[in-house]
Design a protein around this ligand. Structure first.
Ligand code: XIL
Length: 370
């Protein structure tokens, strides 16, 4: 049911139920990204995260570039901290990510033969998944592998993996991940599928095509990740197109995860109440549609508080920064950890979501993968 009307503007109230409980009552997992440096005993943000979130994903610390110290070598200590923190607090832990063209160590790009590159890629996947076996609910195996504009029938992005290993890298990575932890869910995580533009039409079609091909070739995949970096006022939205995308993924037997939910406000007015309402409305419109699809089982915010957001740090694209110099307000809590209208939009969307079920670990379907 698509929501109507403006987001309620209520003052922060400590007695509100945490988002994780409102979502949890519907069988949904709600969580957030965080950095290891933001998780400190007794810290007010850490307390907030533990109150609101039932799932955790590392913002950067599990990316290959951030872990790699030398050819074939990684430092696992910071990634360990995050996984240990999740385990200690019984948070479901997502693994983000095994491979992403954006964060690749220079030495991998410089390898001069395919055999070594393939071995390096497989070693990265196998080492990571083995180390955290049993502790990661779902892995983003390849982050953003699809390029709908690519002049390729397989729709794969012409990235470093294609260049160094070849188009079989996607299947190789998924097979290696499955072998290393057969119970972890394997996710294909993509951006740019949320709105109604010709580019995003093509992207949705391309992603579904890629997944369909993986299915046909018996390449293991369990879930589709929708990053959901929303943007106030930037693109038209089609409820129907989004519903169709979700339905087609669900019909292939895939779980769907909202993996990186946040919302830019550079096209919204400076006035804070007006801006916060537009951000909340953007969240509500999106979530009302996606939560109607029972295959959606996880919603992760890309940060809980405006205190810690890549949008506020201006690590996203240049054109999505406010030109008036005002600080962006993309997340459910403000800098002072007070609930914003966005929080109430998430709470309302979760509260109205149809009930769903989800097992603790991946259910095996040996008949599909042989
Ligand atoms: C972002 C982090 O939030 C930033 O701190 C970093 O500078 C760049 O990466 N899609 C993804 C995430 O899959 O890994 C990205 O995270 C945001 C876009």
């Amino acid at each position: 049911m698509a929501g109507a009307g403006a987001a309620p503007l209520r003052a922060a109230d400590q007695s509100e139920q945490p988002l994780k409980d409102i979502a949890g009552a519907r069988g949904l997992r709600y969580g957030s990204t965080a950095m290891a440096s933001q998780l400190l005993p007794g810290d007010s943000f850490t307390d907030l995260l533990l109150r609101e979130a039932a799932a955790l994903v590392a913002e950067n610390e599990m990316k290959w570039l951030h872990m790699s110290t030398a050819r074939f070598h990684s430092d696992y200590r910071v990634a360990d901290c995050l996984v240990d923190f999740a385990a200690a607090h019984r948070l479901l832990c997502r693994g983000h990510n095994l491979l992403w063209y954006w964060t690749i160590p220079a030495w991998f790009k410089e390898l001069s033969d395919r055999k070594t590159a393939r071995a390096a890629l497989l070693r990265r996947v196998t080492d990571m998944v083995t180390r955290y076996r049993g502790r990661i609910d779902s892995w983003d195996v390849v982050n953003e592998p699809v390029d709908a504009a690519a002049d390729r029938t397989d729709h794969l992005r012409a990235d470093v993996f294609l260049k160094q290993v070849g188009p079989e890298y996607l299947a190789l990575a998924h097979l290696a991940a499955r072998a290393a932890d057969p119970e972890a869910r394997l996710v294909l995580n993509e951006c740019g599928v949320e709105y109604d533009t010709p580019d995003m039409d093509r992207k949705r079609a391309a992603v579904l095509d890629v997944v369909e091909t993986m299915r046909k070739r018996q390449v293991p995949i369990d879930a589709l990740g929708i990053q959901a970096h929303l943007a106030v006022g930037r693109y038209p939205f089609s409820e129907q197109k989004l519903r169709d995308y979700l339905a087609r993924a669900a019909a292939m037997g895939l779980e769907i995860q909202i993996t990186e939910l946040d919302c830019t406000d550079d096209l919204a007015p400076a006035d804070i109440p007006a801006r916060d309402r537009l951000v909340a409305d953007e969240y509500r419109r999106f979530l009302d549609v996606v939560l109607d699809e029972p295959a959606v089982k996880i919603v992760m915010s890309w940060g809980l508080s405006d205190r810690y957001s890549w949008i506020v740090r201006h690590e996203n694209t240049l054109e999505q920064r406010r030109s008036d110099g005002e600080e962006e307000r993309p997340l459910p809590f403000d800098r002072d950890l007070k609930r914003k209208p966005a929080w109430y939009a998430l709470a309302a969307a979760f509260a109205h979501a149809p009930q769903r079920e989800r097992g603790a670990r991946r259910e095996h379907s040996p008949s599909v993968e042989g």
